[in-house]
Design a protein around this ligand. Structure first.
Ligand code: AMP
Length: 362
């Protein structure tokens, strides 16, 4: 165990809204944050103790950054492997570079889950003409072709409706390594945020339902309207994954619920996640504080939900309605302080709170 006490400094790679909300949570605990990001106007810079503007490939800057912090964490999963290994030679990196490298690759991620008896969407690797034919046999169509690395919010994905569409779809993705995933006719998309401390303590937040538009998260409903058995299954899956990775920090597990009530893991995020934003206003301790506590070696906090919640992302110019949102009762407005409101860009979110059990939606 290595504990960072109040007054210590957490180093965070990435300066987006997740880094910003991590820094705000750390400040509440008397901890400082240093943010490392390549953009000179990263939103997290506005709320942290110090920051570095440098590319993730700049070894000298990474070394100087590591010297000034007590522990290193990150707010996005595409941290280059080189950067993680430079930093881990100098300071603890949490979650571990091993978890990061498995989760960065969809094929490794899903194989890791499958090997541990955790159900995933059906999948196969495509990295050659022969494996493409094998994937057609084992997974078939309809299916979704996804780049193994560096995809997010539906980028690097192609729907494959019939067998003869697969080869052209792979060409369009420049024949980079991909996985072919069976198309799941799900009833709901669910996610669970869970944390593991340095002492192995695990704490799960309530299971939530996520609704996407154009592949971008629009709304999270907390809690999900799911059976007790599904809720227990989701917590067990998250706990098994945390333990299998010997993980320290917060992890998000995104799942599909099938028509017959099974959970299939779609994606793991080794970080705080948009579908956990509701925890800031709906829980005793938020996902952001929980992550900071875990990486700083503190006891985990109480993840209990004290209110039901609906979190809605404010995308692009929707942020211009901040004044109306600020005037709404039982509503928490979060503005990320970003400059340009490009279409689809996550500019802020609102969380509408309801007494337990009294959320009006279905
Ligand atoms: P991902 O980037 O893997 O999280 O996928 C983005 C979104 O695409 C998901 O949230 C789903 O709405 C949809 N999607 C991805 N994979 C599948 C699948 N195998 N079957 C059905 N829908 C999918």
């Amino acid at each position: 165990m290595s504990v960072v006490p109040p007054g210590g400094t957490i180093g965070i790679l990435g300066g987006g809204q997740l880094g910003r909300m991590l820094a705000m949570a750390a400040a509440r605990l008397g901890l400082k944050c240093a943010i490392y990001a390549p953009e000179k106007d990263a939103p997290a810079f506005q709320v942290c103790d110090s920051h570095v503007v440098a590319p993730y490939g700049d070894h000298e800057a990474l070394v100087a950054f590591a010297r000034g912090v007590d522990v290193v964490t990150y707010e996005f999963e595409n941290v280059p492997g080189d950067a993680a290994s430079v930093l881990s030679g100098l300071k603890s990196v949490r979650p571990s570079p091993r978890a990061l490298s498995v989760i960065q690759d969809r094929f490794q991620e899903k194989s890791f889950a499958r090997e541990r008896g955790i159900a995933t969407t059906p999948f196969a690797l495509i990295d050659s003409d022969a494996s493409l034919l094998a994937a057609l046999k084992s997974v078939g169509t309809p299916s979704v072709l996804k780049t193994a690395r560096l995809g997010y919010d539906g980028k690097g994905q192609k729907m494959v409706r019939a067998n003869d569409q697969l080869a052209p779809a792979w060409d369009e993705l420049n024949r980079v390594p991909c996985i072919l995933e069976g198309f799941v006719d799900f009833t709901r998309e669910l996610s669970v945020m869970a944390a593991r401390g340095q002492n192995g303590q695990v704490a799960c937040f309530d299971l939530v339902e996520n609704r996407h538009e154009n592949h971008i998260l629009r709304t999270t409903l907390a809690p999900a309207k799911a059976s007790q058995r599904v809720k227990a299954d989701a917590a067990r899956i998250a706990t098994d994954l945390l333990e299998a990775f010997d993980y320290v920090g917060v992890m998000a597990v995104e799942m599909f619920e099938t028509r017959d009530g099974r959970l299939l893991v779609n994606e793991i995020a080794p970080r705080v996640h948009n579908s956990g934003h509701w925890t800031i206003d709906g829980c005793v301790v938020s996902q952001f504080e929980q992550h900071i506590r875990a990486v700083a070696g503190w006891p985990l906090g109480d993840p209990s939900r004290h209110s039901d919640a609906v979190m809605t992302n404010l995308l692009g110019v929707e942020i211009d309605a901040w004044r109306a949102a600020a005037a709404e009762p039982n509503t928490a407005l979060h503005h990320y302080g970003k400059g340009e409101a490009r279409p689809g860009r996550k500019m802020g979110h609102v969380t509408r709170l309801y007494p337990l059990g009294l959320r009006p939606d279905g």
